[in-house]
Design a protein around this ligand. Structure first.
Ligand code: AHR
Length: 702
């Protein structure tokens, strides 16, 4: 453990004291049937934050592909001029009413209203446009990329003159339309010296937009790099316009408009039961008009303008409603849909009553898009979008964190949504966002309707998680069920460290033990692009402490990720009652605040545990968290066990110190290690490593 230099630095460093000389003891009682474990206990939560989709899971490699990221400048794009060529690029807003005469009419449709104009005034070299991607374009050997873009070529018209001879349009050289002919498309190093893949399209002589598609394949002998750019270039004078410029690498399950393979695999390995989407704050948006616009996230990319998003950057909505559902399908998760409920992040809300009706209608339509058969209006739309089969949906969350709504309008809003949804879809369970025991839940009451399920959020440090690991042990069993819809131990950035993973695991033992009550849970945020700021792009993340990190080329799981993975992978269907004795304790150092409050920190447990049994296979999963810095020799007794195999397995996540972590450069410092164990029986002793999370698998023979 690191020495503490100041009191505040010491706050989260745990001092461990073994108060008793006897071994800790865990007694599993197999004579009593424990509560049933929810099959949906462990899921995922997602939203567009930290470049989760754009620059993350969503496969698109071109940043700012429809030029709407910034109204003033073509972010992520630069002009290319080589040799004697001279060229310039400008954004052209295609709104016919607000742009100069010579720029009118370049909108492709009402979604693609802004395009990029490349003016090549002098030829004699390569001129074009280059995109830097999301902190680089990932180039991998022997890989085929799908490129596509809209382009049209024009010349400039001579300036129009007034009768007195003065010009109506700006005086710029008249450029002949030399644009028809070959256009080169390439993936190349950022300095342009190495071309990794290239191809040619032939621009036909046309003043009209036309989409061109081609494939670019890299050679097998190149070294993976993200120090690359995507370039469309010409060697002829003229004025070129571009829109919806796209480049896709291979995707998971080969889906068109699909997802990154490596990140999908990381998630699939977690075996999550459900996906909560699309937020989080991303559901709500800063203003009422910025809520997740599910309708305009459907259909071809040509009809998706994207929207403002909630985390400081434009969302392309390439990851649209159907893509969320297909992501669920690919990983065999159930969707858990959060519908917008009329409250936005800046504090505005829509009161229950007639004004809320359109929002409710919108939610009902969204549910119909997901679950309706092809004879329903929205079910038919989904079929037309390529997915005739309805998706299974059981849970709908009404809003997000409505405890922040100081007006108290959620009571009425929840009731109105709940009643309308139940009337049309009686089998759906509606989740409320207040009424629980988290900090937000207690900021409001639901008096009109009693929710079946309440979403609670917990963001804390490791100490707080461990201190409150028994949180659910004494909850009222007669009220609502709990969905822990966002939670995380927030230590380490951008991804969490081992200490956070220990806090997570302690907290999870409590959720798992009480999973008759806690029927759903998901960590948040799930993703983070770990790129730091560059001279042209800002830092990629907005929220520290995330589960899965990546850059353009590779991805990795945090220690917390591996805790999620082993908790979800090794679980039975019944909780085994378990008691602990002689459990070591830990005490945190006092802070200035403690002294001011005259309340010294009290010892809390240093070990946490839960056991479940798979009644089909007879396997028992004993999860033990040793948050202390000492090995703990634990006596384990299984009361009422029939025949036990002496052989089992143990999966261990551990590190040398709480601050240990995984990074993009050292992605597997802390990973689960599985080994065989011998000597298991009705009574045995096992040593659990310092700073470790273990799952001991004991096999009962029927
Ligand atoms: O997970 C990050 C944010 O935390 C979510 O968007 C929001 O619901 C919560 O406040």
């Amino acid at each position: 453990m690191k020495p503490c230099t100041t009191i505040s630095l010491c706050v989260f460093v745990f001092i461990t004291t073994n108060l008793v000389a006897q071994n800790p003891k865990l007694t599993l009682d197999l004579t009593k049937p424990g509560v049933t474990v929810s099959r949906q206990l462990y899921g995922l939560m997602t939203e567009e934050i930290n470049h989760s989709y754009d620059g993350g899971l969503y496969g698109e490699l071109i940043r700012n592909r429809v030029f709407k990221d910034n109204a003033k400048t073509p972010e992520a794009w630069s002009v290319l001029q080589e040799g004697n060529s001279s060229a310039a690029i400008h954004l052209v807003a295609g709104d016919p009413d607000n742009v100069p005469m010579d720029q009118r009419g370049h909108a492709i449709n009402s979604a693609l209203t802004t395009c990029l104009k490349l003016v090549v005034e002098t030829d004699g070299g390569r001129a074009g446009i280059a995109n830097e991607g999301y902190w680089g374009i990932p180039v991998k050997p022997n890989t085929t990329y799908k490129a596509s873009f809209y382009i049209k070529g024009l010349g400039s018209t001579p300036p129009r003159r007034r009768p007195d001879g003065s010009t109506l349009t700006p005086n710029s050289p008249v450029i002949e339309n030399n644009t028809p002919g070959p256009i080169t498309v390439s993936i190349e190093s950022s300095d342009g010296k190495t071309v990794y893949a290239s191809g040619i399209i032939t621009l036909i002589k046309s003043n009209f937009w036309k989409k061109y598609e081609l494939q670019l394949t890299t050679a097998s002998d190149i070294k993976p790099t993200a120090d690359a750019r995507f370039v469309i270039s010409t060697n002829r004078k003229g004025i070129y316009y571009f829109n919806l410029v796209s480049l896709f690498p291979p995707t998971y399950n080969n889906r068109a408009n699909g997802n990154r393979i490596d990140i999908m695999k990381l998630m699939a390995d977690m075996k999550p039961a459900f996906l909560r989407f699309p937020g989080g704050n991303f559901l709500e948006g800063p203003k009422l008009t910025d809520a997740f616009p599910w309708k305009i996230t459907l259909g071809p990319l040509e009809s998706r303008p994207g929207h403002k998003g909630s985390w400081g950057y434009h969302a392309t909505d390439g990851m649209g409603l159907l893509e969320f559902l297909e992501w669920c399908e690919d990983i065999k998760m159930e969707p858990l849909l959060a519908v917008y409920a009329g409250y936005s992040l800046d504090g505005d809300h829509v009161d229950a009553g007639p004004l809320l009706k359109p929002y409710i209608e919108d939610a009902l339509n969204e549910i119909e898009y997901i679950t309706g058969d092809i004879h329903t209006y929205w079910g038919a739309k989904r079929a037309a979008d390529g997915h005739p089969a309805p998706f299974k949906l059981r849970y709908v969350e009404i809003g997000n964190e409505d405890g922040f709504d100081a007006s108290g309008s959620y009571d009425g809003r929840f009731a109105q949504f709940n009643d309308a949804i139940k009337a049309k879809y009686p089998a759906l369970k509606c989740i409320a966002t207040i009424g629980g025991r988290d900090f937000l839940g207690v900021r409001g009451k639901l008096t009109i309707r009693k929710p079946e399920i309440v979403d609670e959020h917990y963001y804390r440090n490791a100490w707080e998680m461990e201190e409150d690991a028994a949180h659910y042990d004494n909850y009222d069993r007669k009220g609502f069920k709990v969905f822990v819809g966002e939670w995380a131990t927030r230590e380490g950035a951008p991804t969490t460290n081992l200490n956070a993973a220990l806090g997570d695991a302690a907290w999870m033992t409590g959720m798992e033990r009480n999973s008759d009550l806690v029927i759903l849970s998901c960590y948040a945020p799930l993703f983070v692009n770990v790129n730091k700021a560059t001279s042209t792009a800002p830092k990629a993340w907005q929220w520290d402490s995330d589960l899965i990190g990546y850059n353009a080329l590779t991805s990795f799981g945090s220690p917390s990720y591996y805790v999620q993975k082993i908790f979800s992978n090794y679980i039975g269907n019944k909780v085994v009652p378990l008691t602990g004795a002689n459990i070591p304790t830990q005490t945190r150092p006092a802070t200035k605040k403690d002294s001011a409050d005259k309340k010294m920190p009290q010892p809390i447990p240093g070990m946490f545990y839960v056991a479940t049994k798979d009644t089909k296979t007879g396997k028992i999963f004993l999860k033990v968290v040793n948050a202390t810095g000492k090995p703990q020799q634990v006596d384990i007794e299984l009361n009422g066990a029939t025949t036990l195999s002496p052989e089992g397995t143990i999966v261990v996540i551990k590190g040398d110190k709480p601050e240990d972590t995984n990074t993009i450069d050292d992605p597997e410092k802390i990973v689960p290690v599985t080994s065989a164990v011998k000597g298991l029986g009705k009574k045995f002793t096992r040593t659990f490593d310092p700073y470790s999370v273990s799952v001991l698998q004991i096999n009962t023979i029927k």
